[in-house]
Design a protein around this ligand. Structure first.
Ligand SMILES: Cc1cc2nc3c(=O)[nH]c(=O)nc-3n(C[C@H](O)[C@H](O)[C@H](O)COP(=O)(O)O)c2cc1C
Length: 314
């Protein structure tokens, strides 16, 4: 029997539903799983009032997270494996996960431990995962696998459906666009990772350096989105520093800059993103080898291959 720690935080329960699907088969196989839900000292709102939503941007990008309430477990408790589940906020890990990974308790819990990351977000998780890798390494954790769940619907449709969900709480079908969030069958399908992980833990695979969850379509990257995301992340770093220069989170004096940023963001989504997708499509024969290399690299360590899907399907 192995001891597994799952770190969780979810505003709508979507991410908790995904992690629950992974946990059930682990417990059924006799492993002990502690799910620790992060609780920010001051809760984040849901749905998000527009001003609070934009005002959270600089601190998300600069990894300046407000504190959490104390954890329910001792930071010295020993686990065989840690699963970090998180959402993406502004191309960075959501603030509660950033707070956990930067806290002395979080660092102690993952120091020297194999770690699996699990993300559920709209579809832009690459920069956030780079940050997760860095924070995990700084804490002395050993990243072994990465599992990705993204919103249903075309990436362009989710530019409308996900913000609508976050700002109004409504996630239903809308003007022919699919519902917001991860599709229910994708969420149910997360149990395949729990079954495969239970097998891996049974034969001490967490002690080796290799990924444990390959062949299960763990992470699929659209390399075209990756290029737009990289450009946006670079711009976000500059904007977030600039806005913080005008004031702290919640202060009125930075609101005019936030408004300028919001207008920039809308313009970016309406012009640069579709234009960059169009240009990449036009030049796709030329870009193909580069995009294929990028895809393979970004899908590591668990990958998008499917050779184990049948074995671990329900
Ligand atoms: C402030 C904020 C910023 C977000 N930024 C992104 C983003 O940059 N990329 C992305 O793919 N999803 C983004 N999302 C969507 C979330 O990753 C997530 O899918 C959604 O908040 C639901 O998660 P939950 O109910 O499990 O908390 C954002 C959500 C919020 C609240």
């Amino acid at each position: 029997m192995k001891n597994v720690l799952v770190i969780n935080y979810s505003q709508t329960g979507q991410l908790s539903d995904v992690s629950a699907q992974v946990v059930v088969p682990l417990r059924a196989a006799g492993h002990s799983v502690h799910v620790e839900t992060l609780v920010p000292e001051t809760p984040f709102p849901w749905p998000w009032p527009i001003v609070d939503f934009v005002d959270a941007f600089p601190e998300c990008v600069q990894l300046d997270a407000p504190p959490l309430n104390p954890l329910s477990i001792s930071a010295d408790r020993q686990f065989d494996l840690v699963i970090l589940t998180y959402q993406v906020w502004y191309l960075a890990p959501a603030l509660p996960m950033t707070a956990f990974l930067k806290s002395p308790e979080g660092k102690r819990l993952i120091h020297g431990k194999p770690v699996i990351t699990l993300v559920a977000c709209r579809n832009m998780w690459l920069s956030a995962q780079e940050t997760m890798k860095q924070l995990i390494a700084e804490a002395g954790g050993l990243l072994r696998d990465h599992l990705v769940f993204t919103d249903q619907g075309h990436p362009l449709a989710t530019f409308i459906t996900t913000p609508r969900w976050v700002l109004t709480g409504k996630r239903n079908r809308f003007f022919g666009l699919p519902p917001a969030g991860v599709a229910p069958e994708e969420i149910r399908g997360a149990s395949r990772f729990g079954r495969a992980l239970a097998d891996a833990l049974n034969c001490d695979a967490e002690k080796s350096a290799a990924p444990m969850l390959t062949g299960l379509r763990a992470a699929t990257v659209n390399p075209r989105l990756a290029l737009s995301e990289r450009a946006a992340h670079r711009a976000f770093k500059v904007w977030s520093k600039l806005i913080r220069f005008f004031g702290k989170r919640g202060q009125w004096r930075r609101r005019p800059m936030l408004l300028v940023f919001a207008l920039y963001l809308i313009t970016l989504v309406l012009t640069v993103v579709p234009l960059s997708l169009l240009l990449q499509w036009v030049f796709s024969p030329l870009l193909k080898p580069r995009l294929e290399r990028l895809k393979a690299e970004l899908e590591l360590p668990s990958g998008s291959q499917e050779f184990n899907l049948e074995k671990y399907a329900q």
